[in-house]
Design a protein. Structure first.
Length: 326
């Protein structure tokens, strides 16, 4: 019951924020801008976003294969697409990451091996996105535009995240912490955290694996940002890629807050507000932000087809909802 109440709250927030944004727009100017959209914009943007999803699959596969070697990339990609559908589009109480985790979990009932690759890729991906954003703000002299307080906060968070990952990666610092927590291993949650820590340490202590994950994460984040630049160019908005690199990662990080469905509403409102701070007209900013929604929908359609065409996926969803990793 609790999770469905939370779902209702998230749906309300997404619809409320989108409704507020739409109510503030100059619709004649927005429609005029949308009418001038170049024919190649949507196909190219969808293709780039789809490529981003494939890179995400490759990143997942690198971590997963430290536990299992039996999963091939096309197999994982199909489940990644279904997970993307549930993460970004469908207003359900079941997240896409749970579907991915359970797909692995049902093979040997090892929750840590199922969950730890996804948690690790998410954390490293967020750290890489944060690093890109902090660097872009500094290198483009945009500190005053986004506010010194925000840039300083992001820099501190980035430094803290890197320090934490370093502590986990280095045996000299990880194992003393691990032995300290072992005293509390009688508690089931602490025991799970210890096993998660061991798995994450196993990933991070290998420089080659860590470098590959960082490179895949950087590529995925930059391609996702590129989608917005493509939309801007297709709409004829005069905006530099440098501004996009400052604005869109901030909007993505705001969208990552677990308060809406797939970040929808939060992402669009943040994008419009930030673009306007850089002098972009409201109608132009809104057109860029809102055009991302159909691109996201179209890129998610293969996941919908896979989910509906294979009855095993619906069984997987039901089992995932009832599993102990939920």
């Amino acid at each position: 019951m609790k999770k469905y109440l939370l779902l209702a709250v998230k749906i309300s927030i997404s619809l409320g924020l989108l409704g507020y944004l739409l109510s503030q727009l100059d619709w004649p100017a927005l429609l005029e801008k949308a009418a001038g959209l170049a024919w190649w914009t949507i196909p190219l943007a969808v293709s780039v976003l789809f490529l981003t999803l494939y890179i995400g699959t490759l990143r997942w596969a690198v971590l997963l294969r430290t536990h299992y070697t039996t999963f091939n990339t096309p197999q994982l990609f199909r489940h990644y697409l279904v997970a993307t559908l549930f993460n970004n589009i469908l207003p359900t109480a079941t997240g896409g990451d749970l579907i991915r985790s359970y797909y692995i979990y049902r093979h040997n009932n090892d929750a840590v091996c199922a969950v730890s690759p996804i948690v690790t890729e998410r954390v490293i991906g967020l750290v890489v996105l944060l690093a890109i954003n902090v660097a872009a703000i500094f290198l483009t002299d945009s500190v005053d535009i986004v506010s010194k307080a925000l840039w300083s906060t992001l820099t501190l968070i980035l430094a803290g995240a890197i320090a934490t990952l370093t502590l986990i990666a280095l045996p000299a610092t990880y194992w003393p912490i691990h032995r300290l927590l072992e005293r509390l291993a009688r508690f089931r949650f602490i025991g799970f955290i210890l096993r998660m820590g061991e798995a994450t340490h196993g990933y991070l202590k290998h420089p080659t694996t860590l470098l590959i994950i960082i490179l895949y994460s950087a590529a995925a984040q930059l391609f996702a940002v590129l989608v917005y630049y493509i939309l801007a160019q297709g709409l004829g908005v005069d905006i530099s890629i440098q501004v996009i690199l400052v604005v869109i990662p901030l909007a993505f990080m705001a969208a990552a807050l677990p308060i809406s469905i797939g970040g929808m509403g939060v992402r669009e409102l943040a994008t419009v507000g930030l673009l306007m701070r850089f002098g972009i007209a409201e109608s132009d900013a809104a057109a860029i932000a809102l055009m991302y929604i159909p691109v996201l929908l179209l890129a998610s359609l293969p996941g919908l087809y896979i989910y509906l065409s294979q009855s095993s996926n619906r069984t997987l969803l039901k089992e995932a909802e009832e599993s102990r990793i939920n």
